[in-house]
Design a protein around this ligand. Structure first.
Ligand code: KL2
Length: 630
């Protein structure tokens, strides 16, 4: 009996205590780093000085002690109980359905399951096509109730541990508690952001006044002084500079459908209205010229995001996922900086094709940069901006590759110039694949030998090598009836019809593929290629921390799945695998917003947290384009 007590109470208690103190110490260091103006502390936690910043941090802790919230206590305890072990066990159910069944069972929101869900919740209608006057659903109360209590076997270690089992000082210093214990202050009228809750009735203003970036420090990494391939620094001669953000903003519907992923979060920070205000603050703070969003819920888009972004000076395009999915991708740009040449929504769903029976989408825009007046007679190439959210299912790499092939074919079509070359391209989004995975390497290297590869390997998200049944990729990966070659080009676009396009892309180019796909074209044996010469803005590693970069944190497990790729000059050394060494072409990377490590995000209670309102971080990069005198 005593032994079991020791085993079930003391061990977990000790483990929890260690997790809490680790998190707290990392937080304090992070907070110091974030607030410090000293260049010496740059990236080096161990060097963080004691000083006024620490006082501020402790002040916040004291404030919390005075205001102590029981809700916050339970949330913090829950948050830190989730660990990688939990992540692994919760994904274990994916492995229970080998074989053909896995397609539907892993995509949580296949149409059948979604309709079941709606039936269960007495919500038989799908989203209305025309959005009515109905008020937004109030999610705060019911959502908390919906979050299941942690009683599953995966929580056996911790659920028995009463919060009171720990000394108060240990958990009350957690950064997450500090974060949401700050008393809500009304936003002064003149500073009220355009997305404030006017007209939304009883909703509260966002409770946090400290901008998230002061807590979760993300540095701007400036490469503009590094000379380019021609030895020119940014700013030499005429130029066109712009910034682009890619951000998976976590659709509320998806979040509620898998609420078990967000048990570590205080319910208030999961309410859409809280998250919406935070997301808008983030957009406003970084103020990109182009904004590529994923997981944009359609009703939120039309009712809140699009109107608010329009007021911020954006023109927005939206593509909802097919089927009965309620979210999609948006691309927004500042019409003061770009003129639209064409917008091309991409659906990956192909009726009757098992490989392409998923509802993911992409959106490709061709934008003409508007050169500021005063530069004289100059021209700048159009810019192709492509945004997508690829299938999540870690076991269906075959589907992901086929989706990517359609996306690349669309990008090729939109960005191809009459001489067969391409205008500058930015391809971004949530690819649900990790760095160095076959899918990632395919985009970066322009080539992938896939034949015989287990489908789960393609994205690198999970290791399913222990499974008996392993779907293997077979050549050809997609049928010729898709009308896409193994070079990821539409069959029709290989025809000289292209030369009819206006030189210099002066006019909008809106072209339909009207001709029937031609089934008879040569296929390679087990290899796919593309010729867009793309390289990643991020390196996926934080040298200062010696840790991988993280763009998302499902169940506390940090990984990169979001990317901004941009076109670079291909290497002249003929070694395709050296694409990383490519130098900048017409697009020069001027800077990027640094990502974070898993450890730092842990100190902020993972994602979402009171400051970052999605389960992904935003990616932000600054580019320069060549401007040529006419
Ligand atoms: O990984 V994501 O989250 O890019 O952040 O993209 C998908 C997943 C998103 C759209 O399908 O929903 C999430 N378990 C956990 N998350 C899932 C699952 C699942 N089975 N299916 C979809 N998503």
């Amino acid at each position: 009996m005593i032994a079991s007590c020791l085993c079930y109470l003391l061990l977990p208690a000790a483990r929890l205590f260690r997790a809490l103190s680790d998190a707290f110490f990392t937080c304090r260091k992070n907070a110091f780093l974030a607030k410090s103006s000293s260049p010496q502390v740059d990236g080096d936690f161990a060097m963080a000085p004691r000083g006024p910043d620490q006082e501020e941090c402790e002040g916040l802790l004291e404030q919390w002690q005075e205001e102590g919230s029981s809700q916050a206590l339970s949330t913090v305890s829950e948050g830190l109980l989730v660990d990688k072990g939990v992540a692994e066990s919760s994904l274990a159910h994916l492995m229970d359905n080998p074989g053909e069944q896995d397609a539907a069972s892993e995509d949580k929101w296949s149409s059948r399951q979604l309709s079941d869900l709606w039936a269960a919740e007495n919500l038989e209608e799908s989203f209305p096509e025309v959005l009515g006057e109905e008020p937004l659903p109030e999610v705060e109360g019911p959502m908390w109730a919906e979050v299941p209590v942690q009683t599953g076997p995966q929580y056996a270690d911790c659920a028995v541990l009463p919060v009171g089992a720990l000394a108060a000082e240990q958990w009350e210093e957690d950064p997450a508690v500090v974060a949401w214990s700050i008393a809500p202050e009304p936003v002064p009228q003149e500073e009220a952001p355009i997305w404030s809750f006017e007209g939304l009735g009883q909703l509260q203003p966002p409770p946090v006044e400290i901008p998230y970036h002061e807590i979760l420090w993300r540095e701007w990494e400036d490469f503009s002084t590094q000379p380019d391939a021609q030895g020119l620094e940014a700013g030499d001669g005429p130029q066109f500079q712009f910034t682009l953000m890619s951000y998976n903003i976590l659709a509320q519907d998806l979040m509620q459908q898998s609420s078990e992923l967000y048990l570590h979060c205080h319910p208030d920070i999961l309410s859409w209205n809280y998250r919406f205000a935070n997301l808008m603050q983030e957009f406003q703070h970084w103020d990109p010229d182009i904004l590529c969003l994923q997981e944009v819920q359609e009703d939120h888009y039309w009712q809140q995001l699009e109107p608010s972004l329009r007021m911020m000076g954006f023109t927005c395009f939206y593509k909802r996922r097919t089927g009965c999915k309620t979210d999609g991708c948006a691309v927004c740009y500042k019409p003061t900086r770009f003129r639209l040449l064409c917008a091309s929504p991409v659906e990956y769903f192909r009726p009757g094709l098992e490989l392409l029976n998923r509802d993911n989408v992409g959106l490709v825009l061709l934008l003409q940069p508007l050169v500021p007046e005063g530069l004289g007679q100059v021209s700048v190439a159009p810019l192709c901006v492509a945004n997508t959210h690829v299938l999540y299912n870690p076991r269906r790499g075959d589907v992901k590759l086929a989706q990517m092939a359609i996306f690349l074919a669309e990008v090729d079509k939109v960005a191809r110039l009459s001489d067969g070359s391409h205008c500058p391209i930015i391809l971004c989004g949530d690819l649900n694949s990790v760095p160095d995975s076959p899918l990632y390497n395919f985009i970066r290297d322009g080539e992938l030998q896939y034949h015989g590869m287990p489908a789960w390997k393609v994205s690198g998200q999970e290791d399913f090598s222990h499974q008996l049944y392993q779907r293997k990729l077979q050549a050809p990966l997609w049928p010729s009836s898709l009308g896409i070659t193994d070079c990821c080009q539409y069959v029709t676009s290989c025809h000289p019809k292209r030369s009819e396009r206006p030189a210099g892309w002066a006019e909008p180019v809106i072209e339909e593929d009207i001709s029937e796909p031609e089934p008879d074209f040569p296929r390679t044996v087990g290899t796919i290629q593309h010729c867009l010469h793309l390289t990643s803005v991020y390196t996926h590693f934080l040298p200062q921390h010696g840790r991988p970069e993280v763009t998302t944190m499902p169940l506390g497990l940090g990984m990169t799945v979001d990317y901004i790729f941009f076109s670079a000059e291909s290497c002249k050394n003929g070694n395709r695998t050296d694409r990383r060494l490519c130098h900048d072409g017409t697009l020069k990377l001027l800077g990027r917003l640094s990502l974070l490590s898993e450890e730092i995000l842990w100190a902020a209670n993972g994602l979402p947290n009171p400051f970052c309102s999605s389960d992904h971080l935003c990616l932000l990069a600054s580019f320069e384009m060549e401007v040529t005198a006419l």
